[in-house]
Structure formats: C-alpha cells, structure tokens
Design a protein around this ligand. Structure first.
Ligand SMILES: O=C1C[C@@](O)(C(=O)O)C[C@@H](O)[C@@H]1O
Length: 245
C-alpha cells in the first residue's frame, strides 16, 4: 500500500504544503523536518515541465508522500501545455508518486489519468475548484457523485466563499457524507473560509493545505499556524506528531 493511502486510512487530519520547482532540495528537507504530511507538487507552476526534470523533483521529496497536481488554467492553474502533454506527464508521474490530482472537468483525459493511477496503486484525487463562488448544494453534491462514478479515491471540492452561509453549505457536504467510503477534502477559499482550514478536518475533510513563504490559494494559513492549531485541536494529530510520524 502506498504511504499516503495508509495515512488517509488512519483517519487523522493531514497537512499538505504546495511546492513549485524552486530551491527544491532545501525546501523538501525543511518540509520533512517541520512535520509536513504531504508534499503537493504543483507541476503547473514549474519553470520547466520536461519529464526528466519533473521526475527529478519528485525524487527530492522521497521522504514524504507526494501528491502531483498539474492544474489546468480553467480551474485556476498555470498549465500552458496541451491536454495530451498533461496526460503524458501524469502517466510518467503515476508510478512515481502516491497520489495525482485531476480535475473532474478534465473531460478527455480524466478517465485515463485515473486508470494510470490505479494501475500503480496511486491514489486518484478528483478535484473541483471554483474561484468565483460556492454553487448550490445540489450542484456540489453532483460534483461529488460524478467524481465517485469516475473512480475517485478522494474527492476534493474547493470553492470561494463570501459568507458564513457559503461556509455552512460546504460543511454540510461533509456532514452528509457520514461514514461513506469515498474520502472528501472540502476547502472554503477566501478570508471568510479561513476557519475551514482547521475546522473542516473535524467534520471529516481529510487534507488541509498550507504554505511556507507565499500562499498558494486565498485564505490559506501558513504551515506553522496550521500545524499549531491542528496539534491543539486534534489530539490524535498531536500524538502522531509527537511520535514523529
Ligand atoms: O486545490 C487545492 C487547494 C488549494 O486551492 C487551497 O485552497 O488550499 C491549494 C491548491 O494548491 C490545491 O491544489
């Protein structure tokens, strides 16, 4: 079993930090010693995206579970290549990482990326982002259902919130999910959503994203703050960290 799948099964919240391809070696070391659980490699933000370069970056993070993301421009990412090139990179990454993040909106390549992940026991995280607003509950539930039908191991919903009502609507997705087997990651982006970064794990959101240096999304709390709050509010997380895991 890959190391991320085991952590997801553990039921304790996980903290991810996103990285581009600058200063990789020292940043990978710092992440490991700081207690980061998951390194999200934002390949769409890389200065170079040749396969050898990308896989060399993955190798630098070998002490941590790695989630590879090549975010499309239509969902707020910086990927400038074609879909065929994105698929080729995902295929090269699938055997070398613990998880891949692919947007549900990736029509043409979605099923092929999920298949490539599953061929290598790699977690397929199927994501939905809306940087403008939080859609109605039915629409969000349809996203989750569609992602599950597509074969997602984890479904991630990340939307911009403008009010407490939006935050509650996102929280309700987690409450509805109950003990279902597909794991959810739900994030309320924006200032009004910062609370979700520490509170949604209590409702079952499996991964919270943070940063060192520059934030990678609106409303993120930096790693030291996220880490401190999770240790304070989640005894099992605190115990895992005290044990150095
Ligand atoms: O989709 C997500 C979540 C995120 O957008 C956030 O709001 O923390 C940050 C992204 O790097 C990641 O891929």
């Amino acid at each position: 079993m890959n190391s991320l799948r085991a952590l997801l099964d553990g039921g304790i919240p996980l903290v991810a930090v996103s990285f581009d391809d600058s200063d990789t070696e020292p940043r990978a070391h710092a992440a490991k010693s700081a207690g980061v659980d998951v390194a999200e490699l934002r390949v769409d933000r890389y200065a170079a995206t040749g396969t050898d370069h990308v896989l060399a970056q993955v190798d630098e993070f070998k002490t941590l579970p790695v989630l590879a993301t090549i975010r499309s421009a239509r969902e707020g990412g910086e990927w400038k290549g074609t879909e065929a090139q994105r698929l080729e990179l995902f295929r090269a990454l699938a055997p070398r990482v613990d998880a891949v993040d692919i947007e549900l909106s990736s029509g043409e390549i979605l099923s092929e990326v999920i298949e490539a992940a599953h061929r290598h026991d790699t977690v397929a995280l199927v994501s939905y982002h809306n940087f403008e607003f939080t859609p109605a509950t039915e629409e969000l539930q349809a996203v989750i259902d569609d992602a599950k039908s597509a074969g997602a191991d984890v479904v991630k919903v990340s939307t911009m919130v403008r009010s407490e009502d939006d935050v509650r609507r996102l929280a309700s997705l987690l409450l509805r999910a109950g003990a279902e087997d597909t794991r959810l990651v739900v994030i309320a982006m924006g200032e009004a959503g910062a609370v979700s970064r520490v509170f949604f794990p209590a409702l079952g959101s499996r991964i919270t994203y943070s940063f060192f240096g520059a934030s990678s999304a609106p409303g993120q709390l930096d790693f030291p703050e996220t880490f401190g709050l999770l240790r304070k509010f989640y005894p099992a997380f605190d115990e895992r960290k005290s044990a150095g895991a």
